[in-house]
Structures are given as structure tokens and as C-alpha cells.
Design a protein around this ligand. Structure first.
Ligand code: RP5
Length: 164
């Protein structure tokens, strides 16, 4: 659940992105990693986006997940304003199924990296898992929880497909 001491910050360009990004929250909850989620648009609320990124480190955030759809600049703006790792999640279902958002998020100029996930809910879940992997390099509890999550995921996949 959302925490008063989050270490992962999830920002999104619109509240309309929230249903997709709740998949990231659910995954972080499974891993017992504290998070917060804010609407913070690079275009509609640029000052909020600026303030979020520039205060993130001092507020205790360690990773930022940034989701956006149309003209998807939010992850790049976050990465420009903080040295914290920024994981970009392109929202699907927009122009060309979200391909524009994917290209906008992934195609960063050298010097300001964004680690771009796959589009939509797959990307939201993977952003949470990537955040966990980053945090696990310096947190033994998160590493144990992540390894346990991965083992359970593997164990849950049957070798045989279900009968017709
Ligand atoms: C982007 O524009 C948001 O990230 C969202 O995916 C898209 C559409 O926003 P709404 O018009 O639904 O608010 O900034």
C-alpha cells in the first residue's frame, strides 16, 4: 500500500494511467516495498514534475517509475532533473497502439538515461520488478523477497499445457 516513507516513487502523466500503473503498486506490495503514486505531467503540470524530481532524493526515494502515454516525455524529464534511476513505462493504446510513447520514452539522448520497460501493464509489473532488483543490490531483505517471488513464479508454471 502507499506509504508515508516510500522508497519507490511512481509518477504518471494522467490519472487515466492509474489503472495500468496499479499493477506496479500491486507488485511492489507483493515484495513489501514501500511506494507512492502521483499524477505529475511533464506538459500539464510541469512545475509539479520539476518539484517532484528535484526533491525525490532528499525525501528518501531510491527509484522513480515514470509512466506516460501521448508525447511521452515524463520519464525523460524526471531523468533530466534527478540522478536517481528512472524506469520509463510507455502507456499503450494511444497512437499506433502506444508505439509513439515507446519511442519517446526509449530514445533518450546520451547523457540522460531512462531504463524503458515494455508497454502497458507488462511494463508496469516489470518496472516494479526492476526497481526491486536495483534495491536488492543494497538490501538483503528485498533480495530475499525478490528471489522468493521469482521462485514462486517459476514453480507456478506447469510443464504441460492444460488439456483442450
Ligand atoms: C499523457 O497523455 C498521459 O500520460 C496519458 O497517457 C495521455 C492521455 O491523458 P488523458 O487525456 O487521458 O488525461 O500525458
Amino acid at each position: 500500500m502507499a506509504s508515508s516513507n516510500p522508497i519507490v516513487g511512481i509518477v504518471m502523466g494522467s490519472a487515466s494511467d492509474a489503472p495500468t500503473m496499479r499493477k506496479a503498486c500491486e507488485t511492489l506490495d507483493e515484495l513489501s516495498i514501500s511506494w507512492e503514486m502521483k499524477v505529475c505531467s511533464a506538459h500539464r503540470t510541469p512545475q509539479r514534475a520539476h518539484d517532484y524530481a528535484t526533491t525525490a532524493r532528499q525525501r528518501g526515494l531510491k527509484v522513480i517509475i515514470a509512466a506516460a502515454g501521448m508525447s511521452a516525455h515524463l520519464a525523460g524529464v524526471m531523468a533530466a532533473l534527478t540522478h536517481l534511476p528512472v524506469l520509463g513505462v510507455p502507456m499503450d493504446g494511444k497512437l499506433a497502439g502506444g508505439l509513439d510513447a515507446l519511442l519517446s520514452t526509449v530514445n533518450m539522448p546520451k547523457g540522460i538515461p531512462v531504463a524503458t520497460m515494455s508497454m502497458g501493464s507488462h511494463g508496469a509489473v516489470n518496472a516494479a520488478l526492476m526497481a526491486a532488483a536495483i534495491l536488492a543490490t543494497s538490501d538483503d531483505n528485498i533480495e530475499r523477497t525478490l528471489l522468493d517471488f521469482r521462485k514462486k513464479q517459476t514453480d507456478a508454471i506447469p510443464e504441460e499445457p492444460p488439456a483442450e
